[in-house]
Design a protein around this ligand. Structure first.
Ligand SMILES: *[C@@H]1O[C@H](CO)[C@@H](O)[C@H](O)[C@H]1NC(C)=O
Length: 116
């Protein structure tokens, strides 16, 4: 289920959650602010993922974690970072947000590294 902000704000970041996953979402009203999205899981899954979906685009994989080890999509902006300090928790940080970052951001988990 996704939380999204609509027309009243110039643009925004959104978050989605599903079974066993809770995710905070962040509204950004001005360029240059920092945003942090947080994701907690109670599934005890090995892998966590951050995805982004821009309007009318397919899902892009930004980060994947197997246990605490991160793998980054090398084509994304260096303004993005992700951490997973504990297996149950990950965050995605965007520094100095730009309008082009406006999108729906998903956190997902999976039990094994090989499945999505
Ligand atoms: C990595 O990011 C680029 C640019 O955002 C995107 O086009 C590509 O689909 C992403 N890779 C995956 C595996 O989603």
């Amino acid at each position: 289920h996704c939380h999204c902000c609509l027309g009243w704000s110039a643009w925004c970041l959104c978050g989605c959650s599903s079974a066993g996953i809770s995710q905070t979402y962040s509204l950004v009203h001005q360029e240059g602010q920092n945003a942090q999205l947080e994701c907690r899981q109670t599934n005890n899954h090995d892998s966590m993922f951050w995805y982004r979906q821009e309007a009318d685009q397919s899902l892009q994989l930004l980060y994947s974690f197997l246990y605490l080890e991160v793998r980054e999509n090398s084509s994304i902006s260096s303004r993005f970072t992700a951490e997973r300090p504990q297996t149950a928790y990950s965050n995605l940080k965007i520094s100095s947000v730009k309008q082009e970052d406006s999108a729906v951001y998903f956190c997902a988990t999976s039990k094994h590294s090989t499945s999505k």
